[in-house]
Structures are given as structure tokens and as C-alpha cells.
Design a protein around this ligand. Structure first.
Ligand code: UN1
Length: 498
């Protein structure tokens, strides 16, 4: 499978090239010579057309009853199921993660579809009493309008779906701007939306760079809401532009997630968790474990086992069924990891294993980096504080539970967290005291399920939670409705007081 695919924009129900003939490329991260897809390098002129289409469509889509909107979402779920393997194969080729993980990514989107399709018959509001006689009060969820969804390459199908599907069932229309590294996956996903029969203009896809398309979306007055997943640096820019242009904004940004292993933990279990958390998806998850906080009583034994197991991990192209660790997504990401290794060494961290690109002949054409463990890391070092987004795990030794929690919390981020202990009292204290949006007890930092809120505290987010019923709070606004059936003017706070 080496043919080069041609991606097009999808605007108002039609596949179209961009106004400019310029193109960009997405490449296979395991073989950088293989162009997976070419994509239009769209600009503000294309965004303009898409925003108009989305606005037009919004006028009628918002009035379609939510259970009828949900029928489309069910169909999307069914089509995703039918095309799961095709999507997974393409994802592994374009983004580089092993096939089992790509299948998981698509499954997350399927789960999401059936969950939000069910919301079509809920979208619950409240009814309540009024302080006045013969008066009724209730709240209803109202769609917001045209939503721009700016998504990353690490979950090319799951993340767009967990934004798009709640947005659609709530009655919004969308403009989807995927990461350019996973443009072909985005095209196939939108093909599915098209086959599901959504009315023209409800879903629009614009390919291109963040600088051109992303920026144009943020600046466009016709965009009502921006939902963004990506780095904290870009997220800060998104937030400030949306502040200036008065858009709703939901941000899902960086993480520096830690797993704590206490001295009473099931060490085998904690070991499996650390390996999956740190090196699954080559460390390219917002939820990846990048710090391992080890109690000093088990540190030596645990570290020895961890290094041994890391040595056995098989690096390779995603398409090889033996592969456990794929490449990084692109050479820029590889360079970032290499640069962080420089930083680690200069700060005095010790490389226990990895720390370089592999020497194998077969891995020379891709962005591969060996799974890496750094020892002697202190909480002040940059490698302990900054998001690396690669297969690099920093070990930090602590003397007590209190110190473990303090070190875990000593970060500007707060997405996911984990603690391995058999002590129920410590587990409950951890649940209370860890500053993070997600805490796992005796499980790794990755593994979020679609029906629960997903997001983080501090610089990871801006107070929203994606997934679960909390995503509805992103994509709707509350309207409070009072119905006075008394037939007379009743003044609240006045007429019912003497
Ligand atoms: C992400 O990395 O942005 O819990 C999403 C997990 C996945 C989702 C990760 N279910 O790792």
C-alpha cells in the first residue's frame, strides 16, 4: 500500500480543491520517503466559503429534532464499525502507531458515536419551581452555532469524533481543521460523515496549516466556538485570539503525567502500567506517563526490571504485527526528542537505556527513537517539567507518600495521574490530593473511556471537560425559560413579599 492519496476540502457537501493550487504532504513516519497524501494548502478564502456554508446549514440543522440528528450519529457509528480496519490501516501508515492501537483509536470513535447518539433522546435540562404562583421555570440546552474543531495527529479519528459528534447532536454545524500529518485519516472520516447523509454544510473540512487555516478560523467573526487540542503554547494563542474575537473556546493542552509506585504496590502490575503508560503510542499521548515517581524502598528493584523489560520492546513500522513501539510522527518531533535528551544530559540526568535513534538498518528511513529511561531526575529539571511527547520516562525517587504527591503536583500541568498502592487509605488520600483531571488507582495514566469527562486542571485546560455528558456543556448554552400563566404581571422579589 504505497499509493499517494489526494485529499480535498469538503465544503457544503462537496469535495473541492482549495482556491490556491498549492499543496502540502503527509508522509509515512516509518518511511519518510513515502508520501501518503497530498492535501490542499487552503487559506482564508477557503475558510470564508466554509463558514458561509456552515452558517447557512445551521439555520435548519438547529431545528432538526435532536433524536433525528442522533439518527445520523448512529449511522456514523455503524459506518465507523464497517470501516474500522480500513481506517486503522490508513492511520498506522499515516501516523505510525501500531495497528492494535489504531484499531483502539477507531473503537474510541465508535464508542463515542453510540454514546452521543443516545444523547439525542436525553439532552436533559431542568424544570423547577417558581417563587410566584402560576408560573413555571425550566432550562433548555441551545446549540451555539458554527464550531471550529482544530485537532491533533495523535488520535486522528477519536479526537475529531469526540468533538464533532457531541457538537452535531447538540445542533451545531462544524468546520473541521485536522493536523496536516493525518490529513488522509481526516478525509476518510469525513467521507463517512458524508455517507451517513448529513445535510450539506453541517460538516465542513478544511485542510492546511495552523498558521493559515487555523488562524483564519480564529479570526473569523462567523465562528462562534473553537475547540482545540494541542500544545499549551498554541493553546495560549488560541485562547487570546478567541478572547479578542469573543468566541467560546475549549482547550485541551499539555500534560506532564506521573505514575507513583509506593513500596507496598504490586510491582509486576505497576511495571506493566509504566511500560504501557510511558511507551504506548511512542509517548505521544496527552495522557502519556513521562514521570515515574518511585518510593526509595522499591526503586532499585523496580528500575532494574523496568530497564530489562524496556530492552525487550520491539521497535518497528506499524504495519509489522510484531511492532510494539512505532516511530515518532515526523522529523520535527524526532528532533524535539533528541534535543530534550541533550537537555537531560546537560542537567545531569543519567540515561539508563535508549537515549538515541536506533542503529538497525531497517529503521533508518523513519523517525524512530529508542524507548528511553532517565535516572537521577530531580523535580526542577526541565525534563521533569516540560512536555516532551516522546518515549522518554524520567525516574524520580521519593521517601514518602507525602513527598510523592508533592512531586506529582509540582508541575504546571494537570491532566492524568496514577498511583500504585495496596493501601486503601493512601489511595483515597491520593484521589483527594492529586491535582489532575484524571486519577487512576492501580492503572496507568492512559486509558480514558468516552463516557467519562476528559480534561485537566492548571495549564492543561481552561475549565472544560470533553467526552461524557460534560461535553454537552461545551457545545450548548443554557437558556432559562419562565412561563407565567397567571394572566397578570407578577414581579419577582417584590409581589411575593409584603
Ligand atoms: C490524547 O492523548 O489526547 O486515555 C487522548 C487515553 C486515550 C485518549 C488520549 N483514551 O490515552
Amino acid at each position: 500500500m504505497t499509493e499517494t492519496l489526494t485529499c480535498l476540502n469538503y465544503i457544503n457537501g462537496e469535495w473541492k480543491p482549495a482556491r490556491s493550487p498549492a499543496t502540502l504532504e503527509s508522509r509515512n513516519p516509518a518511511n519518510w520517503n513515502e508520501v501518503v497524501a497530498t492535501l490542499p494548502r487552503s487559506d482564508a478564502a477557503d475558510v470564508e466559503i466554509a463558514v458561509n456554508a456552515a452558517h447557512q446549514a445551521y439555520r435548519t440543522w438547529r431545528l432538526v429534532p435532536a433524536p433525528a440528528r442522533a439518527e445520523f450519529i448512529y449511522r456514523i457509528g455503524e459506518l465507523l464499525g464497517q470501516k474500522k480496519e480500513e481506517l486503522a490501516q490508513l492511520m498506522s501508515r499515516e501516523m505510525g502507531k501500531p495497528l492494535t492501537e489504531s484499531r483502539g483509536d477507531v473503537q474510541e470513535a465508535i464508542d463515542c458515536a453510540f454514546y452521543y447518539a443516545g444523547e439525542g433522546r436525553r439532552l436533559f435540562g431542568q424544570t423547577t419551581t417558581s417563587e410566584l404562583s402560576n408560573k413555571f421555570a425550566m432550562t433548555v440546552r441551545m446549540p451555539i452555532g458554527v464550531c471550529a474543531l482544530i485537532t491533533p495527529w495523535n488520535f486522528p479519528v477519536a479526537i475529531p469524533c469526540w468533538k464533532a459528534l457531541p457538537a452535531l447532536v447538540c445542533g451545531n454545524t462544524i468546520i473541521f481543521k485536522p493536523a496536516k500529518d493525518t490529513s488522509a485519516c481526516a478525509n476518510l472520516l469525513v467521507q463517512i460523515f458524508h455517507e451517513a447523509g448529513l445535510p450539506a454544510g453541517v460538516v465542513n473540512l478544511i485542510h492546511g496549516s495552523g498558521q493559515e487555516v487555523g488562524r483564519a478560523l480564529l479570526e473569523h467573526p462567523g465562528i462562534d466556538l473553537v475547540s482545540f487540542t494541542g500544545s499549551s503554547e498554541t493553546g495560549a494563542e488560541v485562547a487570546s485570539t478567541c478572547g479578542r474575537t469573543h468566541k467560546r473556546v475549549c482547550l485541551e493542552m499539555g500534560g506532564k503525567n506521573a505514575q507513583v509506585v509506593m513500596e507496598d504496590a504490586d510491582l509486576e502490575l505497576a511495571l506493566e502500567g509504566a511500560l504501557w503508560g510511558a511507551f504506548g503510542t511512542t509517548g505521544q499521548r496527552c495522557t502519556a506517563t513521562s514521570r515515574l515517581i518511585l518510593h526509595r524502598d522499591i526503586k532499585a528493584e523496580f528500575t532494574a526490571k523496568l530497564v530489562e523489560r524496556t530492552r525487550q520492546l520491539r521497535l518497528g513500522a506499524a504495519i509489522d504485527p510484531q511492532t510494539q513501539i512505532g516511530p515518532l510522527v515526523n522529523p520535527a518531533q524526532l528532533k524535539r526528542v533528541i534535543d530534550y535528551l541533550e537537555v537531560a544530559r546537560s542537567e545531569g540526568a543519567k540515561v539508563l537505556i535508549g537515549g538515541e535513534v536506533p542503529k538497525d538498518e531497517t529503521l533508518q528511513h523513519g523517525s524512530f527513537f529508542l524507548p528511553t529511561i532517565l535516572d537521577g531526575v530531580t523535580p526542577q529539571m526541565r525534563v521533569a517539567r516540560e512536555e516532551i511527547f516522546g518515549p522518554v520516562l524520567s525516574l524520580i525517587e521519593v521517601n514518602s507518600f507525602q513527598e510523592a504527591i508533592a512531586v506529582l503536583n509540582d508541575t504546571p500541568y494537570g491532566l492524568s495521574s496514577s498511583i500504585y498502592t495496596r493501601d486503601v487509605n493512601l489511595a483515597f488520600q491520593a484521589m483527594r490530593d492529586i491535582e489532575a483531571g484524571i486519577t487512576y488507582i492501580n492503572g496507568p495514566t492512559i486509558g480514558a473511556e468516552v463516557h467519562l469527562p476528559f480534561g485537566g486542571v492548571k495549564q492543561t485546560g481552561n475549565g472544560h471537560r470533553e467526552a461524557g455528558s460534560t461535553a454537552l456543556d461545551i457545545f450548548t448554552e443554557w437558556k432559562t425559560v419562565y412561563v407565567d400563566f397567571s394572566g397578570q404581571l407578577q414581579r419577582a422579589q417584590i409581589d411575593n413579599r409584603s
